[in-house]
Design a protein around this ligand. Sequence first.
Ligand code: SAM
Length: 324
Amino acid sequence: MHSHIPVMLDTFIKAVGPISGTWVDCTLGAGNYSKALIDAGAQRVFGIDCDPEAVETALSNNLSRCTGFTPVVARFGELEELSVIAEVAPVDGIVFDLGVSSMQLDNPGRGFSFSRDGPLDMRMSSAGRSAAEIVNGESEEVMAEIFLRFGQERKARRIARGIVEHRRSNPISTTGQLASVIAHCLPPAPNVRIHPATRCFQALRIAVNDELGQLVTGLHAAERLLRAGGRMAAISFHSLEDRIVKRFIDGGSSAGASRYRPDLVAPKPRFKILAGGQLCPGADEIAANPRSRSARLRVAARTAEPAIAIDPEALGMPVLSGCG
Ligand SMILES: C[S@@+](CC[C@H](N)C(=O)[O-])C[C@H]1O[C@@H](n2cnc3c(N)ncnc32)[C@H](O)[C@@H]1O
């Protein structure tokens, strides 16, 4: 199995430096970020991951010998409820390196990818509904909403209808079966380079793991747990994630003030944008690790202004109207 090549790691370390004190790595994965934080001067790092296999991999990648490192198996949406974190808050820095790791993506047994057939699972942790449960149990309307809102798939309704028809006689249990059912729902598109199932697979993964809900809750928790001057960084891999991170940081900084309504008194900024807003991987990194090509890093420093309440819609979180 492949290990995970870290994305934008050096850029991140430079953008948040100088590094010291206590950090929370909300997406431990193979442990590359946690290890780099310790090497760069963090005295304590809490590495959170909802996938127990990721924690094992991270510990076998030298982190078990790092003094100051504490692994935590949890979802980062629960950040504020974790007593180990509450005991050390306020913290000096919090990082989210979002999405799945290569260990998860490249393991057919985890069911994230259609490039090699495997059980249609897609759960980063072992909890909750699998992708197969959604595909075989959800209504056509809800499935279409998932494909449209989380995958930006324009043929969402047609694909959902095709899946519902297919599953009447043949329940869909593997990634290969689902990819083939989706491909059969669509007319051939010879000039399109991506597989026709790509957007629906992304959508299902987001739905199975409540990725956007976790991100909104995690960002708000980070705001409350950081000390004034503490650093927050997020690396996102698709536009839905990046829109939430951008709106969260911009809305909490002076970039959130409206130049069209100077009469409105802008709230005092809760964040200061660092590194000019958005950072992308360079050509060398993309050549060495093509999976980095869609990465976007945003970094901000917390101010002393009080945190505000969660508003998922203001952050651009898609609402599934067919659910409920
Ligand atoms: C891109 S990988 C992180 C890689 C890591 N930064 C490195 O370089 O080794 C993302 C990791 O975050 C975990 N993850 C994703 N969403 C999570 C959530 N809501 N709570 C906890 N862990 C999550 C995944 O299980 C995966 O291991």
